[in-house]
Ligand binder design. Structure first.
Ligand SMILES: [Zn+2]
Length: 222
């Protein structure tokens, strides 16, 4: 009944969604600036990460440009409690990856964790929303809670004691390494800009025996 009075609006163009549409209307889905990075192992995102850590593949669903519809979607996902945008884009991406054929589907999805305090404030982790959508459409499990972000104080303490560490290193810790042993792990994040965060996560995950890493993000900022 509620939807009769408050019809769901497309998260991009704000038009009324048809009963068969969810979150983003069909027209806006067609207009998204898709990257097709999953078909190109030497794509710009992978190139940006080359030589920083070992990975199988790195790809983003769409390009992130200032003032674009993608920026609007990411903003709503992060600051307007629209976790369903993350799930919608994750599901969309998983379907595209499965349909592409050549994409090597990993064993498990690990969303980049937020600081506990930040997640409490926001109520959810936007990367986990994206990961949930991916998990559904790729048919692989998600692990959220085994890779943890250190608290700012812990990081700070370590920084003063070991100045040689770069800022991005040592930010994450794995609670139970055995869960990831021998696994091909996809690290899922919302937007990749410098790649510092996914690098930091991956370095931590690669310390575990026989792990392989792939990266999937909603968007790639050039
Ligand atoms: Zn629309």
């Amino acid at each position: 009944m509620v939807s009769l009075f408050y019809p769901e609006l497309c998260a991009v163009c704000r038009s009324n969604l048809r009963p068969t549409e969810q979150v983003i209307c069909i027209e806006c889905r067609h207009e998204l600036p898709y990257t097709a990075f999953h078909r190109d192992p030497a794509n710009p995102m992978a190139r940006q990460l080359w030589g920083r850590f070992a990975f199988e593949s790195a790809a983003a669903l769409v390009y992130f440009h200032k003032g674009s519809s993608v920026q609007g979607l990411i903003h709503q996902l992060k600051y307007r409690s629209k976790a369903n945008i993350g799930e919608c884009l994750g599901e969309l991406y998983g379907r595209r990856l499965s349909a592409a054929g050549g994409y090597r589907i990993p064993d498990i999805i690990v969303p980049v964790p937020l600081h506990v305090s930040k997640q409490k404030k926001r109520g959810y982790n936007q990367s986990e929303s994206f990961a949930r959508g991916l998990s559904r459409s790729l048919g692989i499990p998600i692990s959220s809670g085994n890779l943890l972000r250190r608290t700012a104080t812990e990081t700070q303490t370590r920084k003063t004691r070991f100045m040689r560490f770069r800022n991005v290193e040592d930010m994450f810790v794995v609670r139970n390494p055995e869960e990831f042993e021998g696994k091909h792990i996809v690290v899922a994040d919302d937007v990749m800009t410098t790649g510092a965060t996914v690098e930091s996560c991956s370095i931590e995950l690669l310390k575990i025996k026989n792990t392989r890493i792939s990266i999937l993000t909603i968007a790639f900022a050039e």
